[in-house]
Design a protein around this ligand. Structure first.
Ligand code: C5P
Length: 695
């Protein structure tokens, strides 16, 4: 994971159980590419811009922090989640000196360094100053020479502080020479051109004449340049493409004007994982935030997927994918899904120059195709977060595929069946996200360093598991302590032949693990870290914590009380969410707890809220404890239960309450069997209504 950036605590590896299906709708996080363009333009603009739905991730964080160090006022705290940037009108107020350079850290964000560099060169031409830019180790291996050469040609003073041709860099503010054109190569990264274009309006005003930027060599990833032009247009800066044999863009002396508000589109590259999942795992899956009207080139991934055999539908701001098979059956028999190894896509041979990022997702789709998939013109993969051609090849081979590759192409021959594997992610968010799709291949997959997704999509795995859970029939039973949920839920599960999740056990285990390590029960961060990283395994109903059975230990009242104390912390609840959703497997799941129907499985087919009078519940718990040989006192149990209910019902996150549409059952005067039958009957009724079948 990027050094010291992300506040998200992530486990070392993440186990993804084999998935059979996926369905539902995901609202995409903001586009990384648009977010970082708009942040810099808003910072350079005259006036103030409110940025709505800006991506919150490692890459935007390094851009925000860098701009703040240069004196730009960025308020990240407006209550509605928007961000307010007060533009510096082309003059950074803090630029340091050679004795005390400003230190900027850009992590592993190529776009940040490649757009900030020309902006600094231009903005400091009048003010002087000295700024050092560095990043993580991989950033210091990513080329930047073409851009540095382009800037030096107009007099910029830029020094390499490490390897020539690579960051870290030192930029000193010096006056720039007027030139008929700034020349930059386009065949390594289109980000160089984007950087020069974004800085050009300020330079043109200094020069009092248009700035012309000439591209040498083939321009790769062209749609990203169109995105730059479109975002700049929103800031009142037209970028003209000159006619003629050479590729030249011209920017007249223009003020960059803050558009007051800028709403960021969803991220089209992030959309690719869900669209692919919809094709591999039957779908339909709808991504919301990008669609027909998007300015992002990666939406064309959907057409590539269509060539592989997926069905795609387009809306103005959504795209939906599903697969042709099974032919006309909207509700495939669950048994079919259990046994089918998805191999229903077609192999393709594609030029992926225009969709370099989303093309990685195509490579993983290739594992599920009937023939080989060849992706061409992807040389830029070699200089991304990692050498992506080598990385994709290695991980596809690990899964059993045969792979051929050259300097700018890769061919994947899918295996008959995927091998279980731990996927290496090379500190590359797209490796983690694209290879998570291998979990649709009838085998469990482990993702190494899953936290690297924080670069662009910190909540990726939660979103994916949420959609996968929607493809599984789920019945939730929530209710207060000792309402009989556990007994009822496990018997209903047995009757339906479904799996069973006792979510309270996870909170209890987290509490026990914290207690064993002497963690303060008020220390949210330490508790969350423990809940995230604890090694937990279920063998049937036996829970093993770090290999030791804790079935008995967690049943103690005191552990239940501790569980309810730590359950108030949002980040801890979030940490346990993935583990809970992982229980949603075919043929179905019965889950009991406090927020199963409201938060963890909001799309459950049936939601039950089970309750009983406080006295009846205290008596049941008393009997349970005495039967198990624990000592107990009815009055103090009663008081404890009420305290616990009050805490569970009044906490800010996921308070205990019936989910909307829940069937409420008061079990005070009912036998266990009566309640079980009532729940099973309700299940059959909704199942018949929704699917035409009993389960
Ligand atoms: O159900 P059980 O008594 O085992 O749960 C222990 C505690 O864990 C509860 O009092 C509650 O505070 C917390 N919990 C929760 N959400 C769940 C399950 C349990 O907050 N889904």
């Amino acid at each position: 994971m990027a050094q010291g950036l992300s506040l998200v605590i992530a486990p070392k590896t993440l186990l993804l159980s084999p998935r059979r299906g996926i369905t539902g709708e995901v609202v995409l996080p903001g586009s990384k590419s648009i977010s970082n363009r708009v942040l810099l333009l808003a910072a350079l603009a005259k006036g103030s811009t409110r940025l709505v739905r800006l991506l919150k991730s490692d890459d935007t964080e390094v851009m925000i922090q860098s701009l703040q160090r240069l004196g730009v006022a960025i308020d990240v705290s407006p209550p509605d989640g928007a961000i307010q940037v007060t533009g510096c009108n082309g003059v950074f107020s803090q630029t340091g000196s050679t004795a005390h350079p400003i230190q900027l850290f850009v992590g592993n964000s190529g776009l940040t360094i490649r757009t900030l560099l020309p902006a600094l060169v231009v903005a400091m031409a009048r003010t002087g100053g000295c700024v050092d830019i560095s990043g993580v180790a991989r950033m210091h291996e990513r080329p930047i020479q073409d851009l540095v050469d382009g800037c030096r040609a107009i007099g910029a003073k830029i020094d390499y502080l490490g390897q020539p041709g690579f960051p870290p860099l030192r930029v000193e503010g010096v006056p720039l020479r007027v030139a008929p054109a700034i020349t930059v190569r386009g065949d390594t990264s289109s980000q160089y051109l984007t950087g020069l274009l974004q800085a050009a309006p300020i330079l043109a005003r200094q020069w009092g004449q248009p700035v012309r930027v000439k591209v040498e060599g083939e321009l790769i990833s062209q749609p990203y340049v169109e995105m730059t032009r479109s975002v700049m247009a929103r800031f009142g800066v037209p970028v003209k493409r000159e006619t003629g044999a050479e590729l030249v863009y011209a920017i007249a002396p223009t003020e960059i004007i803050a558009p007051e508000e800028f709403a960021v589109e969803g991220d089209a590259s992030s959309a690719s994982y869900f669209l692919a999942a919809g094709a591999i795992g039957h779908g339909p899956v709808r991504v919301v935030g990008v669609g027909r009207d998007s300015v992002q080139g990666d939406i064309h991934f959907a057409q590539a997927l269509e060539k592989m055999g997926a069905q795609i539908q387009w809306g103005p701001d959504w795209i939906e994918s599903s697969c042709h098979e099974p032919a006309a059956d909207a509700h495939p028999m669950e048994e079919d899904l259990v046994h089918r190894m998805p191999h229903h896509l077609r192999g393709v041979d594609l030029d992926c120059n225009a969709i370099p990022d989303a093309a990685m997702t195509l490579a993983v789709c290739g594992l599920f195709a009937a023939g080989p998939t060849t992706l061409r013109n992807i040389g830029s993969w070699r200089v991304k977060e990692t050498d992506r051609i080598a990385a994709v090849a290695a991980e596809c081979e690990r899964l059993g595929a045969r792979v051929e590759s050259g300097h700018d192409w890769i061919r994947i021959h899918p295996p008959q069946a995927l091998l279980p594997a731990t996927i290496q992610t090379y500190d590359d968010h797209r490796m983690a996200m694209s290879f998570s799709l291998a979990s649709f291949g009838n085998t469990a997959i482990r993702i190494d360093d899953p936290g690297c997704v924080a670069k662009t999509f910190p909540e990726y795995f939660e979103a994916l598991s949420g959609l996968c859970a929607q493809a599984v029939p789920v019945l939730t039973i929530d209710g207060p302590t000792a309402s009989g949920k556990g007994t009822i839920a496990s018997q209903v599960a047995a009757e339906l032949g479904f799996g069973y999740l006792d979510s309270g056990a996870l909170y209890r285990i987290a509490a026990l693990a914290a207690q064993q390590e002497g963690i303060d029960l008020k220390d949210e961060r330490a508790l969350t870290s423990k809940a995230t990283t604890m090694e937990l395994e279920f063998q049937g109903q036996t829970a093993l914590l770090d290999g030791v059975s804790v079935g008995e230990a967690i049943r103690q009242e005191q552990v239940g009380l501790m569980a309810s104390q730590i359950a108030v912390f949002p980040s801890l609840r979030q940490a346990l969410m993935l583990r809970q959703r992982d229980f949603a497997r075919l043929p179905g799941l019965v889950a009991d707890g406090r927020d199963m129907g409201t938060v963890v499985f909001p799309h459950a087919r049936l939601k039950v809220f089970l309750t009983a009078t406080p006295r009846a519940r205290a008596e049941r718990r008393y009997k349970q404890l005495i039967d198990k040989g624990f000592s107990a006192n009815l009055d103090s149990l009663s008081a404890d239960l009420e305290a616990r209910d009050a805490r569970d019902a009044s906490r800010a996150v996921a308070p205990l309450k019936p989910a909307s549409g829940a069937v409420v059952i008061d079990s005070t005067d009912l036998s266990i069997n009566e309640v079980v039958q009532a729940v099973v009957n309700a299940w059959h009724q909704v199942s018949v209504k929704q699917t035409g079948r009993l389960t």
